[in-house]
Design a protein around this ligand. Structure first.
Ligand SMILES: C[S@@+](CC[C@H](N)C(=O)[O-])C[C@H]1O[C@@H](n2cnc3c(N)ncnc32)[C@H](O)[C@@H]1O
Length: 289
């Protein structure tokens, strides 16, 4: 298999363990269901669920779903049909195998399934990890395994022209270190360029929504700027990073803050220029012949 640049596997494995823990406890499961409905951090899950529901209704039967770059897997996908995954990382693949019908080693540009096998592909927080030179090939391969009329539902990390990114890019070396390499986001593109790329590759838009621009979620500024290199350079960030760390100190405080923030966050998403947003939620259809 083609090698890929990875950098954040440890965090993804920890995240997967947390999801499994939540799933095993009825109390945490109920709290998580509330969080999914109300939190700014769940906007992408609500978008994915909306499009899965719409497509399941349209098809009128359980869906064949492929989760591309599935990490440890997303349990709610199973409510809509039979879920398979492709994932390059051994440890994450093992974790996802506990939940999905089948998980194979693979990449977005090397999917070990025959053409037209799936009604839905999910691509959640993966496309930003694929370097620019491999993106068109990956879209073509994903559309190959999708049935005509099938949809690709994605959450795509993007480069941005918002206030925080402009500050961060004043130090290109630190931007590369903390925004790109540390998170594994080696192929970030602006939201409009990402959308144009999918359309050029023949995708039909069902819905495309840019999100997460100026207004940071709990913990975000702490996570991105909370290192001595940035803070020495931009001293005025110190109190903001401290506040961000206080709000994001635990999952409960962070998510409480994110629930309060959600209505404002949705409004800001709607008013922001697309390229101020750091992610795109997309639903693209493979045209029927
Ligand atoms: C941030 S994690 C997201 C995992 C999962 N989709 C989720 O939402 O929890 C990024 C995942 O993309 C995978 N990945 C990286 N490059 C990939 C590629 N070219 N094709 C498919 N998956 C890739 C990584 O191994 C990792 O599991």
């Amino acid at each position: 298999m083609t090698t890929i640049k990875q950098s954040n596997e440890k965090a993804w494995v920890e995240h997967t363990a947390l999801r499994d823990k939540v799933n095993e406890s009825p109390l945490l499961r109920s709290l998580n269901a509330v969080r999914m409905k109300l939190s700014a951090s769940s906007k992408r899950d609500r978008f994915i669920l909306k499009h899965l529901k719409q497509h399941a209704r349209k098809r009128g039967r359980p869906l064949q779903i492929l989760d591309v770059g599935c990490g440890g897997g997303r349990l709610y996908l199973k409510d809509f049909g039979e879920v398979r995954g492709v994932e390059p990382d051994d440890q994450l693949r093992q974790a996802a195998s506990r939940h999905y019908a089948e998980v194979k080693p693979g990449l977005a540009n090397q999917i070990p399934y025959p053409s037209g096998s799936f009604d839905v592909l999910t691509l959640i927080d993966v496309f930003g990890h694929i370097e620019r030179g491999g993106k068109d090939e990956s879209i073509a391969e994903m559309f190959r395994v999708l049935r005509p009329g099938g949809i690709l539902i994605g959450f795509i990390e993007c480069d941005a022209e918002n206030f925080w990114y402009r500050i961060a890019k004043r130090r290109p070396d630190l931007f590369q270190k903390y925004f790109v390499a540390r998170l594994g986001h080696f192929g970030l593109e602006l939201a409009t360029d990402t959308d144009a790329r999918f359309k050029r590759m023949g995708a039909e838009v069902v819905e495309v929504r840019p999100i997460d621009g100026f207004l940071p979620a709990a913990g975000y500024l702490g996570c991105i700027f909370g290192n001595t290199e940035y803070l020495q350079q931009f001293k005025w960030l110190v109190p903001l990073v401290a506040m961000s760390r206080i709000f994001g100190a635990t999952l409960i405080t962070g998510e409480f803050f994110n629930c309060l923030l959600c209505p404002l966050s949705v409004l800001v998403d709607r008013l922001s220029p697309p390229n101020h947003c750091t992610a795109l939620m997309v639903s693209y259809r493979k045209p029927s012949p």
